[in-house]
Design a protein around this ligand. Structure first.
Ligand code: WTA
Length: 641
């Protein structure tokens, strides 16, 4: 295995050989004082005296800085608007390639106050839930921060989710206000956001008001008394709501192995402390950096590393509305040159798709402003890592491969650019204060190296999620039941002889498609919403660009007369309607039966072998209710390839 040695004693990094060891030591031996000291990076109305107060045994309870009082918006906006009003907070790059918009901290203050004022006028109060369903325009950040300012809990729903998904989330969190745009614009195509909201609200009539931001000139139908075109009123300054550190900041829905998506709840003080710290230390963000994370604000990466982390640090954060290959696969590289981006954070799926487009697309840019690269969302394969390092970064940039989850709020494992050796494909070491453990299937910790097991965490950290919104027992069951006393991530990992970690992927029924998490059960339920399909089984299979592709085996009803091609079109459309285009299957096989045990459980393991064409690994099928079904599925699968 190739390793890339650490930069020798480069003290220009914020975390370097001089301070790394002592920080690590304090975080380990005196976590309380370590985190209280770290909390000083925020501005508090009441500085906390307690750091962590938690237990992973049932009843699970997690609190950080519980006697602290602060406002997240003040921390991200006001304090920088006071000290560095002219510094650029956000550089917004639109889909169409117009001149980028620079928004200073002083302007951000004005915009966020205007939005907060309008929300207050609507009667939104502390603790109320607000759904944000918007494109990547600056207003999405204003909306999030405005909610934080008045103490409302936002829940951002990614614009690629359908009206069905949107309405499920609105109902689950009981939102009365939705903020949206008339349309979104991505890769030259419009996204009918407001129309989706209208459809969603047919099933969620409790929503009283819809704010509509006009992104395009399109006129969309407006419901009198409910829908309001947002017009900023700059005359007012809204006093920030004093929030307890443990008051909720946001809910973000994410898929699990069972049931409907869970509302992951993050609170104010711990989350912001952790997002801000990890952002600054891991990306080595210094005074004049131009930092760009390509994630959409609809995902946790967009929350922590486009909006909250960078703005809490008074940094300059780039916000991109478009997609990597529109109008051409050199779009990202052009933007890097144009804005002189120094720190760039993206997902392996984007790297792979641009790598596939060809090296010639790198020739129109120099990317010489770059000094640090990051990767997130899925394991990065060595080939993509090498291309990122040698070609994109011209061998001038260290790469941080960051492992974390919606649930963890911020990065949990990563090399530190000024300290660690880099190993292509390895997230290497836990961040300060994080105590990972590899557990065998019986829950026993494996201490030796090398080792492989279920990736868990032994002690809490400030960015940890606090509960599943409205369902604390689901929180306990999902993360703390399988291995009592530990937080279980759902990922598998390997620890090599040096003690460096390699994430091997999900060990539960969750797929990671282009870095997006999707539960197999969720897709199966969605596919059977059309009456022509009676049962389905979904598995992942290796996909050269997406990392993992979605394969569906579907059984049509006995009296269905559609052709296989018609059925496939129906399944695709049904899933797009139920979940959204991101869950659109990559392969569909219409079959007569599924491999089930005599008790009726689908043996996905067998389907996974078939999906990978690893027929020899299927093994003994004699215990199946109908062993002949396996041969039939292989036949269908092989014929359709
Ligand atoms: C996967 C995204 C390997 C993992 C921040 C995790 C990764 C899931 C990495 C969380 C990485 C994330 N290497 N796998 N560097 N980062 N993952 O909640 O399976 O959208 O459980 O959060 O992505 O996805 P989520």
């Amino acid at each position: 295995m190739m390793t890339y040695p650490k930069p020798i004693d480069d003290q220009s990094y914020l975390i370097n050989s001089s301070n790394h060891k002592s920080l690590q030591q304090t975080a380990k031996t005196d976590p309380n004082n370590f985190w209280l000291d770290i909390a000083k990076r925020l501005e508090w109305m009441n500085f906390p005296t307690i750091a962590g107060n938690w237990q992973f045994q049932k009843p699970v309870s997690i609190k950080w800085f519980e006697d602290g009082l602060l406002n997240v918006c003040t921390n991200c906006v006001d304090r920088h608007a006071n000290v560095t009003p002219d510094k650029t907070a956000i550089i917004w790059v639109d889909d169409q390639g117009k001149t980028p918009t620079h928004i200073s901290y002083a302007q951000l203050f004005k915009e966020v106050n205007a939005m907060a004022f309008s929300l207050k006028e609507l009667g939104v109060k502390k603790g109320d839930r607000v759904i944000i369903y918007m494109p990547m325009i600056p207003e999405i950040a204003y909306a999030m921060l405005a909610c934080a300012r008045i103490g409302a809990i936002h829940s951002v729903v990614f614009g690629g989710f359908s009206s069905e998904s949107l309405s499920g989330r609105i109902q689950d969190c009981g939102a009365k206000v939705v903020i949206t745009a008339n349309e979104g614009l991505r890769g030259g195509k419009t996204v009918p956001l407001k129309a989706n909201v209208d459809t969603a609200l047919l099933q969620a009539p409790q929503v009283e008001k819809v704010f509509v931001i006009n992104r395009t000139s399109a006129h969309v139908p407006m419901v009198a008394g409910r829908d309001i075109v947002y017009v900023p009123n700059y005359a007012q300054v809204v006093t920030p709501e004093p929030m307890n550190a443990e008051d909720p900041l946001f809910i973000l829905y994410t898929s699990g192995s069972t049931g409907k998506p869970k509302g992951v709840l993050h609170t104010s003080g711990g989350y912001l402390t952790y997002a801000s710290l990890t952002h600054q230390w891991i990306f080595d963000v210094q005074e004049n950096d131009i930092y760009w994370c390509t994630a959409d604000a609809g995902w946790i990466t967009g929350h922590s590393y486009v909006v909250y982390g960078p703005l809490a640090n008074g940094a300059t954060t780039v916000m991109f509305e478009g997609i990597p290959n529109y109008p051409n696969p050199d779009r990202l590289w052009q933007i890097i040159d144009d804005l002189k981006v120094s720190i760039f954070y993206t997902a392996p799926t984007a790297i792979r798709s641009l790598m596939q487009a060809g090296d010639e697309w790198l020739e129109t840019s120099s990317r010489k402003s770059l000094r640090l690269l990051g990767s997130v969302g899925e394991p990065i394969n060595q080939e993509a890592w090498e291309w990122y390092f040698h070609k994109v970064g011209n061998e001038n940039c260290r790469i941080v491969d960051t492992w974390w989850q919606t649930e963890t709020g911020g990065i949990m494992m990563t090399p530190l650019a000024g300290v660690h050796n880099l190993k292509p494909g390895s997230a290497t070491q836990p961040f300060f204060g994080i105590q990972p453990a590899l557990l065998d299937d019986l829950g026993k910790e494996i201490d030796s190296n090398p080792a492989e097991g279920n990736l868990s965490v032994k002690s809490s950290w400030p960015g940890q999620m606090r509960t599943v919104y409205g369902d604390h027992s689901r929180f306990e069951d999902t993360y703390f039941s399988q291995f009592p006393g530990y937080y279980f991530s759902g990922d598998g990992a390997r620890r090599d002889a040096d003690g460096d970690y390699w994430i091997t992927g999900r060990v539960d029924d969750v797929l990671n498609v282009s870095g997006h998490r999707l539960g197999t059960a969720e897709i199966e339920t969605a596919a059977t919403m059309d009456h022509s399909i009676i049962e389905t089984a979904v598995v992942g299979f290796p996909h050269p660009i997406k990392g993992e592709g979605i394969m569906i085996f579907a059984i049509p009803g006995a009296h269905v007369t559609h052709s296989d091609d018609e059925l496939k079109a129906i399944i695709k459309q049904t899933i797009r309607t139920q979940i959204g285009p991101i869950a659109s299957p990559d392969a569909i096989h219409i079959v007569k039966g599924l491999p089930k045990t005599r008790s009726g459980k689908i043996m996905r393991r067998i389907l996974r072998c078939i999906a990978k064409s690893e027929f020899e690994k299927i093994g003994d099928v004699s215990t199946l209710a109908d062993p002949t079904v396996v041969e039939h599925i292989i036949e269908v699968f092989s014929a359709k390839k």
